[in-house]
Design a binder for this molecule. Structure first.
Ligand code: HEM
Ligand code: HEM
Ligand SMILES: [Fe+2]
Length: 475
């Protein structure tokens, strides 16, 4: 194979990873802008009415999120694969083509969302415009493209490990990628029976975020702990196995917490309630693991921003997914909270805490090497930038979560408990002053987060550029 034009010092997979990270960061900014518009439409319902309706802004907001997180994950795996395998990447050209195909598909899909906002739902709209499944609305042609790109990705990663060497981390990682791609197939067919349709759709959404993505970030975190604080591989791998067993043990049947009220058999109340109540356990294990590892080392961290974001990840995952998920997972409680801002409160903290954080940590790992393996510790210039974005994003996320939780609590009370889940109950909850105030607070914290995101982009573009710090040696 001809040697590609290289960015100095980066391995082949890392060259591809940089592209994924760059695209991810742009989509992250887009997600925030659409989030702000959606939030504003709660306060000013006529804002952009019939130009960019709420359902479209919301769809672009959450689709951009899913796609950029996936871009970030693929970048992260490309980033670490060669170090972990001890060999050069297999299929560099193919991987590059995959990146461009995916990027162009995403751009076309979003443009079509924005251009064709209303119209009948037919077989052809399913193929070319919108599949109508929350979070994964992409039309079927794009689904097929995504699966093809995932297959290339899977081949590249598995073949690189086979050429080099396998490890505990890489074994778990490759099996997990297979499961992640496999589950996506469940979201590709369509049924006119809404219960059946929702039944399969949850396989993608729930089994991604509560099983396969969690395992993927556990692998990235395991690698990250070895890299940033020199944790012992043996200990990290043992933890990984325990966490994966617990994660799949509780997360797979935990799926039942989405089957409470959609027309599935009643046994799901028991199964879902029981297993999803166990789901926080692996998240506690992950938290203890990271704190334990950090505590047993003479911490000499070579990348402060990355390490700070790894820490934000373990706490965010525990709080957002574990605690906020647990709040509403028992059917007796979910009866009141289902479909209120309570879910949005959990959705924001979980996605942010578990997945945004670890992606940002990986961006900082990458940028460190890109700038020539500079030490990113206390000697770094313009430290205020990464610190400001860290604070704005995390304070914003927590603030928004609390605002939405208050709104959800008010809805559960006024609409459900008092209003008996009627339409008039719904409207009196929407008109309640607590609800309206919460929507304003959400907006304020959303602005903080958006400013934080732009700060982050700025920092990543500039950090370490003018640094005369000594180059440190990676292991
Ligand atoms: C990082 C992991 C997780 C993420 C990203 C996540 C995200 C979400 C999101 C976005 C929703 C709203 C779905 C919708 O649009 O209807 C949701 C619903 C839900 N989540 Fe999670 N979640 C995670 C982990 C958990 C865990 C560990 C639990 C249980 C302990 C849990 C329990 C629930 C429940 C019960 C609902 C249903 C709310 C309802 O429809 O009434 N989640 N989750
Ligand atoms: C990294 C940051 C963010 C993440 C991970 C995120 C994630 C999500 C998720 C998962 C949902 C679906 C929730 C559900 O249906 O339960 C959602 C909806 C929404 N988000 Fe965000 N979001 C972020 C930032 C923002 C910002 C900055 C705003 C601005 C105010 C915002 C406003 C909204 C609004 C208005 C909705 C619709 C909620 C509804 O349907 O009631 N988000 N977001
Ligand atoms: Fe779930």
């Amino acid at each position: 194979m001809k040697t590609p034009s290289v960015i100095k010092g980066l391995r082949l997979g890392q060259q591809i990873a940089i592209k994924y990270f760059f695209a991810a960061m742009i989509l992250f900014c887009a997600q925030m802008i659409f989030g702000l518009i959606a939030g504003l439409q709660f306060i000013l319902p006529e804002f952009l009415y019939q130009i960019l309706d709420f359902n479209v802004t919301r769809m672009v907001h959450i689709n951009a999120m899913i796609i950029w997180l996936l871009f970030g994950f693929m970048g992260s795996v490309y980033w670490l694969v060669e170090d972990e395998a001890g060999s050069d990447l297999v299929g560099y050209k193919l991987g590059n083509i995959g990146f461009w195909v995916l990027l162009i598909a995403v751009i076309v899909v979003v443009l079509v969302y924005l251009i064709v906002q209303v119209g009948p739902g037919t077989e052809s709209s399913l193929w070319f415009i919108n599949e109508g499944r929350e979070y994964i609305e992409a039309p079927r042609w794009a689904d097929i493209g995504i699966v093809a790109v995932m297959l290339i990705f899977f081949y590249n990663i598995a073949a690189t490990f086979s050429k080099g060497k396998w490890s505990g981390i890489s074994g778990v990682l490759v099996l997990d990628l297979l499961a992640l791609a496999g589950v996506y197939l469940a979201g590709m067919f369509y049924s006119t029976n809404i219960s059946i349709d929702q039944f399969w759709w949850w396989w993608v959404v729930h089994l991604w975020v509560e099983a396969t993505w969690e395992v993927l970030v556990a692998c990235i975190m395991a690698w990250g702990l070895i890299q940033t604080i020199g944790a012992s591989r043996k200990i990290v791998t043992t933890w990984l196995y325990v966490e994966v067993a617990l994660m799949f043990g509780s997360g797979i049947l935990g799926l039942g917490h989405h089957y409470f009220w959609i027309g599935t058999p009643e046994y799901w109340l028991t199964v879902g309630g029981f297993f999803s109540a166990l789901e926080p356990i692996p998240l506690v294990a992950m938290l203890v693991h990271a704190v334990y590892d950090a505590g047993t080392k003479n911490l000499k961290v070579s990348n402060h921003p990355a390490f700070a974001w790894f820490i934000a990840h373990v706490f965010g995952n525990f709080l957002g997914a574990g605690v906020w998920g647990f709040f509403q997972t028992l059917p007796q409680i979910n009866l009141y909270t289902h479909g209120t801002q309570w879910s949005a409160s959990h959705g924001h903290l979980a996605f942010f805490g578990a997945y945004v954080t670890i992606n940002v940590a990986m961006f900082y790992m990458a940028v460190q090497k890109l700038r020539g393996n500079i030490a990113m510790g206390s000697g770094l210039l313009n430290k205020y930038r990464w610190k400001t974005s860290l604070i704005l994003l995390n304070v914003g996320a927590l603030g928004m979560t609390v605002a939405l939780l208050i709104a959800g609590y008010e809805q559960a009370f006024i609409e459900r408990a008092v209003g008996g889940s009627t339409w008039s109950g719904y409207f009196s909850a929407q008109r309640d002053s607590t609800f309206i105030a919460s929507m304003h607070w959400r907006m304020l914290f959303g602005i903080l987060m958006t400013v934080g995101t732009f700060f982050l982009a700025w920092d990543l573009l500039t950090i370490g550029k003018k640094n005369k710090n000594p180059v440190f040696e990676t292991t």
